[in-house]
Design a protein around this ligand. Structure first.
Ligand code: GTP
Ligand code: MG
Length: 145
């Protein structure tokens, strides 16, 4: 998800390009403003933490881009591309490393496991909104088994 700060900073195109360029495949995308309920479900693991209220307030403050990306080890790959949670610690070439300055404005969210990806996808998308399709480039991205 491109968070409100990423959208406001005009980073939608750059972030999508990075994921596309890596070889990941976009299967669903939605531009929306999260409700309090969606935000609470999304970040339920952080309920009660010191930064929780600020996190919910930011994520519901303006529109976001929710996306589903597919690929081998997609969760791991996306987290590598995102960089560490704190942009000050994130690798210089990562999305947070390149574009972020502080933890509470770290541009992008990515699911941290396949289980959380499934849960998060179901908050924003109906199953039929995920599009299954072939990309002819795939033989140039993955070695055939
Ligand atoms: P997400 O992809 O957004 O879930 O980030 P993450 O998995 O790298 O971090 P985590 O799930 O631990 O925290 C969720 C979000 O809460 C982070 O992306 C930050 O925006 C925010 N956050 C986490 N820890 C802190 C903190 O100590 N202070 C503040 N201000 N924000 C925090
Ligand atoms: Mg997280």
């Amino acid at each position: 998800m491109i968070k409100p700060d990423g959208v406001q900073r005009n980073l939608i195109g750059k972030i999508i390009s990075r994921l596309e360029d890596k070889g990941l495949k976009l299967v669903a995308i939605k531009f929306l403003r999260l409700t309090k309920e969606q935000a609470a479900e999304h970040y339920r693991e952080h309920a009660g933490k010191e930064f929780y209220e600020r996190l919910i307030s930011l994520i519901t403050s303006a529109p976001v881009v929710a996306m589903v990306w597919e690929g081998k080890n997609a969760v791991f790959i996306v987290r590598k591309l995102m960089g560490a949670t704190d942009p000050a610690q994130a690798d210089a070439g990562s999305i947070r490393g390149l574009y972020g300055m502080s933890m509470g404005r770290n541009i992008i969210h990515g699911a941290d496991s396949v289980d959380s990806a499934r849960r998060e996808i179901s908050i924003y998308f109906r199953p039929e909104e995920l599009v299954s399709y072939e990309k002819t480039l795939e033989t140039w991205i993955y070695e055939e088994k």
